[in-house]
Design a protein around this ligand. Sequence first.
Ligand SMILES: [Mg+2]
Length: 352
Amino acid sequence: MKLTRRRQIVSARHRFATSQGGITEKESIVVTLEHDGIIGRGDAVPSALYGQSLEASEEALDAMTPLLGDDPFAVETLIGRLIERCDAQRAAIAAVDSALHDWIGRRLGLAVWKLLGLERPCIRTTFTIGVAELDEIREKVDEALAAGYEALKVKVGVEQDHDVLALIRERFDGPLFLDANQAWEPGEAADKVRALARFRPTIIEQPLRMAEWRRMAELRELGVALIVADESCQRPADVVRLHGIVDGVNIKLTKCGGIREALRMIVLARALNMRTMLGCFLSSSLAIAPALAIATLVDFADLDGHLLLADDPFRGLTREGGLIAVGDTPGLGVDLRKADARPLVSSGSGNG
Ligand SMILES: [Mg+2]
């Protein structure tokens, strides 16, 4: 198998911010796996929050190349081997996992969701409203509602939370997911959560810092909303650790290492009677497609990373109102909008 990679930069339609800061663009690494005349693709979207970076991902991809062998069908063995070798760079592993699934689908003429024994994904996604000035929030919410989104996710954990939520609740009565992105101290979080009850949130995500995960149990007992762990839940074993502490987990392929590991997390969470959510970062639809392929398995999908972009380089996913879907095109169902002229870097060549 031949693995090549190139950097890709995408721009957000509006500056995108959380309680931890904001971005206007996002750089990632598009991975192409070629074997037997067929190619499969993945997009590595590293996050510094989890000790990942573009450079470390590229190094990991180069280290993975000699481990790939010549059987792309052996995904289970391959991903196990990559985790053993490059455990810390799971965004890079997720990109290879995506490319393997895409390759197999294209080779067999089957959509990845079908290959996995699932229904065609046509699912409701939340649309995220980032931290911004009130005027901008009003504009974004009106835009989202006009576009037909039926569930909103709002980034909270800043001073003006209540003004923002009051503004949103004046306009929108549907499901509201709140994400604090680790903003609160354990001593203040219970009051913060209680005060949010009047906005009737469905979910409050990651109210405390990732290391303070035990304290989320107290917030769960308030009964204001489902408490969901995101930053505190990265890999399959974390689901077990968080059982009894939170109501649910936000699973992201870049945190856990792709479809294979995400499926394990979903199975564990369901067996433990926990709610499941699939999340993402600001990213191209190539990064969203593998999550969408398994999204019929979860309770909540927050897969709007590509919908926040001004210039998604890939096409194939569709949206109608608040529903996103993929057809039965073989593989992940996404392709480049236009051929990319930039040179590919062979993984293992050591430059780039
Ligand atoms: Mg989150």
